[in-house]
Design a protein around this ligand. Structure first.
Ligand code: C2E
Ligand code: MG
Ligand code: MG
Ligand code: MG
Length: 284
C-alpha cells in the first residue's frame, strides 16, 4: 500500500516506508504462525456486581505471547489482523477458548459466571457468526445465557442487518453488550431497535467523571436511560475507590477495572478467585 504513487501508477517507497512495510510483513507471517503454534493467550478480567460485591463475569482479553518480544497487547496486532482478514480465525479461537475455559469454571461449581467475548467488525458482519456461536455452545456445553458478546457502536452502522443479527443471537439465549458506549456515534435509535442486554460505559467518561461535571452528568444519564429500558450498566476502567463510590451513588450495576483486578491468566484467576469461592459464588 503505497502512500505516494508516481504518474504512471508505480510505487516509490522511501526507506522509512520500506522498513515499515517490512516490519508489517514480518508481523503478518509471525501472526499466522502464532495461530498455528498456540502462542495466543486469553487473560480474564473480573466484573463485579456493586450490590452484592460478587464477581459475576469475566471479560476475555486477547494477548500474543511472542517468543522473542514477550506479551504483545491487542492494540499492537488486532488492527493488523483485521487488515489481513485474520480476525475471523483469531475470533473463532477466542470464542471457543473463552467458552471452554468458562465451562471448566462452571464445572468447578461457579455455574452463574458469564464470559464476555469481544467481537471484531469483520466477525460481527460475517454471515456465519450465528452458526458459529451455536456450534461453540454445542461443542463446549456452556449455558447460552452465560455467554455475552461485546460489540461496539461502529459495527452497527448497517442498522437493518445489525438488527437481524442481534435478534438471531438473542434467540440463542446469549447476551449482548455494547462496548465503549458513548465513545462512538451513540444513537438512541440503537437502544430502541436493538436486542441488547447491557451497556458498558466507555472508560474515558469514568476517567474524567470525578474532575469533570459534564462527564459525571453523562455517566448519570447513561445509567438512567439504561435502567428505564431495563438494561444493565457496567462501568469499565474503574481505577480507584473514589470512582467506585461515585458509581455506586449513581446506581451503576457493575464495574470492571484495575481497582479490583487487571486482566489475568486463567491460572491466576483460579488461584486468586476460583479456589476461594464457596457455594458457587466469588464474594469479594
Ligand atoms: P475493551 O474491550 O474495551 O477492553 C478493555 C480494555 O481496557 C482492556 O485493554 C483492559 O486491559 C483495559 N482496562 C481494564 N481495566 C482498566 C483500567 O482500570 N484502566 C485502564 N486504563 N485500562 C483498563 P486490552 O486488553 O489492551 O484490550 C484493548 C482492546 O482490544 C479491547 O478493548 C478490545 O477492543 C480489543 N480486544 C481485546 N481482546 C480482543 C479479542 O479477543 N477480540 C477482539 N475483537 N478484540 C479484542
Ligand atoms: Mg470489551
Ligand atoms: Mg470496552
Ligand atoms: Mg474501551
Amino acid at each position: 500500500r503505497a502512500k505516494e504513487r508516481g504518474k504512471n501508477g508505480y510505487c516509490f517507497y522511501n526507506s522509512d516506508m520500506n522498513e515499515e512495510s517490512m516490519k508489517k510483513l514480518t508481523l503478518e507471517t509471525e501472526l499466522e504462525l502464532a495461530i498455528k503454534n498456540d502462542d495466543l493467550v486469553l487473560h480474564y478480567q473480573p466484573q463485579i456486581d456493586l450490590q452484592t460485591n460478587q464477581i459475576i463475569g469475566m471479560e476475555a482479553l486477547l494477548r500474543w505471547n511472542h517468543p522473542q518480544l514477550g506479551l504483545i497487547p491487542p492494540s499492537d496486532f488486532i488492527p493488523i489482523a483485521e487488515e489481513m482478514g485474520l480476525m475471523v480465525i483469531l475470533g473463532e479461537w477466542v470464542l471457543s477458548q473463552g467458552c471452554r475455559q468458562m465451562k471448566t469454571w462452571h464445572d468447578q461449581g461457579l455455574t452463574s459466571l458469564k464470559i464476555s467475548i469481544n467481537l471484531s467488525p469483520q466477525e460481527f458482519l460475517k454471515q456465519r457468526l450465528v452458526d458459529k456461536v451455536k456450534q461453540v455452545l454445542l461443542d463446549t456445553g456452556l449455558t447460552p445465557n452465560c455467554l455475552e458478546l461485546e460489540i461496539t457502536e461502529s459495527m452497527t452502522m448497517d442498522v437493518i442487518r445489525s438488527t437481524s443479527i442481534l435478534e438471531e443471537l438473542s434467540e440463542l439465549g446469549i447476551q449482548i453488550a455494547i462496548d465503549d458506549f458513548g465513545k462512538g456515534f451513540s444513537s438512541l435509535n440503537y437502544l430502541k431497535n436493538f436486542h441488547i442486554h447491557r451497556l458498558k460505559i466507555d472508560r474515558s467518561f469514568i476517567h474524567d467523571m470525578i474532575s469533570g461535571p459534564k462527564d459525571a452528568k453523562i455517566v448519570g444519564t447513561i445509567i438512567s436511560i439504561a435502567h428505564a429500558l431495563n438494561l444493565k450498566v457496567i462501568a469499565e476502567g474503574v481505577e480507584n475507590e473514589e470512582q467506585l463510590l461515585f458509581l455506586r451513588n449513581l446506581n451503576c450495576d457493575e464495574i470492571q477495572g484495575f481497582y479490583y483486578s487487571k486482566p489475568l491468566p486463567a491460572i491466576e484467576i483460579e488461584r486468586k478467585y476460583i479456589l476461594n469461592s464457596s457455594r458457587g459464588v466469588i464474594q469479594l
